[in-house]
Design a protein around this ligand. Structure first.
Ligand SMILES: Cc1cc2nc3c(=O)[nH]c(=O)nc-3n(C[C@H](O)[C@H](O)[C@H](O)COP(=O)(O)OP(=O)(O)OC[C@H]3O[C@@H](n4cnc5c(N)ncnc54)[C@H](O)[C@@H]3O)c2cc1C
Length: 343
């Protein structure tokens, strides 16, 4: 009989669990129900009682390792806390979200427990056994992995499960004592880019893609790069969307052509770029060629604005295509969004 442990941790504010943690709770509940196995949820944070109350209705056994040393991510303290939770739960299967905090320590914890780890898991299936799915080779080859080794750690990609949302109640939380090793790293704070500068937002509902058309000559014979930048950043500010790009546009910097300064290769979507998961996608000034569109594999509702009625999007790659000037459309959209947010 498997003993399943879901590892979770609190977010930067210290009280609530991260969304990725709540998604992993859903995965744990589904797996435990399917295997009729015991489920334990381990929480890491300075003060985990609020997080525990949110999990009360899950029916799982709740364990926590808490204390000021766990307020911030740090390899030595997180590793010791995770190991203590795994031992207390006598876990054979450990599910953890692939947050930066856990991705850093999970392999080390698995090693300490003489276990095995698989990462980038997107689903867990199987009838009596456990079959974990992950993608290889830029999301083109899907593998189903099963192992006899225990404990088996599975690091789940974000966005692959619905976040657990049970009614909060007073929870019975078991505190697990842990002896931390000497801590040589002091966390003095977080230095993060301004919200405006951080354009890649994996948790956003909408992916907004910019193509090379934004920097090309427009019907008036001129290029309008500063105006393009304002429209794009304005839309991101108003919607909180994540910014993606075609390869042609992010490559332009190296080719001495007009560039949008806030775009890097990190924004590139496609065969040689990223394959993000968002509920919706809006492509602008992009042709929708196959090497780009393969990066949209996990985008649910797809729309595009393109001047070209024969572009790739109109050939079955988007749900809706607006054959229109993206400068005019986005100016109007931003104006409407601005009015709505002011109201
Ligand atoms: C091996 C390989 C790997 C590749 N990997 C990737 C990848 O990972 N990601 C990727 O994106 N590409 C990739 N490519 C490149 C890809 O094939 C295309 O060349 C690229 O996606 C084209 O980018 P684009 O549509 O932005 O530019 P363009 O092809 O120049 O299209 C610009 C579009 O903007 C439209 N437009 C212009 N002005 C406006 C306006 N005012 N309003 C509306 N529309 C307007 C034009 O009509 C045109 O359709 C790869 C290619 C190869 C060979």
């Amino acid at each position: 009989m498997e003993s399943i442990l879901v590892l979770t941790h609190v977010d930067e504010n210290g009280a609530a669990l991260t969304k990725a943690s709540l998604e992993t709770v859903t995965a744990g509940l589904e797996l435990a129900a399917r295997l009729s196995a015991a489920l334990t949820i381990g929480i890491i944070g300075a003060e985990p009682s609020f997080a525990a109350d949110v999990l009360a209705s899950s029916g799982a056994r709740l364990l926590a390792v808490s204390g000021e040393a766990l307020a911030q991510p740090r390899y030595a303290s997180d590793e010791a806390a995770c190991e203590a939770l795994c031992r207390a739960a006598q876990a054979t299967i450990v599910l953890a979200p692939a947050t930066s905090r856990f991705a850093r320590v999970a392999a080390g914890v698995a090693h300490r427990l003489s276990g095995f780890i698989d990462t980038h898991i997107t689903s867990i299936g199987g009838a009596d056994s456990i079959e974990a799915t992950r993608w290889f080779y830029r999301q083109r080859v899907e593998a189903v992995v099963s192992r006899d080794a225990r404990p088996w750690f599975l690091l789940l990609d974000a966005g692959t499960h619905a976040a657990f949302a049970g009614l909060a109640a007073s929870a019975k939380l078991e505190e697990i004592a842990v002896e931390l090793p000497p801590l040589r790293t002091t966390v003095s704070g977080i230095r993060a880019p301004m919200q405006d500068a951080q354009t890649i937002r994996p948790d956003a509902r909408l992916l907004f893609v910019t193509g090379a058309g934004w920097t090309k000559k427009q019907p008036d014979g001129q290029i309008h790069v500063p105006e393009a930048g304002e429209l794009i950043l304005g839309f991101l500010r108003l919607t909180g969307a994540s910014l993606g790009s075609s390869k042609s546009l992010v490559d332009q910097g190296g080719e001495g052509q007009p560039v949008l300064p806030f775009l890097t290769h990190m924004n590139q979507i496609g065969q040689t770029g990223a394959t993000p998961r968002h509920a919706k996608g809006l492509s602008t000034c992009c042709h929708g060629e196959e090497p780009h569109v393969v990066g949209w594999r996990f985008i649910g509702d797809r729309r595009a604005i393109s001047l070209d009625p024969n572009c790739g999007w109109t050939r079955g790659k988007a749900d809706v295509v607006y054959v229109a000037d993206a400068f005019a459309v986005m100016a109007k959209v931003n104006a409407l969004l601005g009015t709505a947010s002011a109201a």
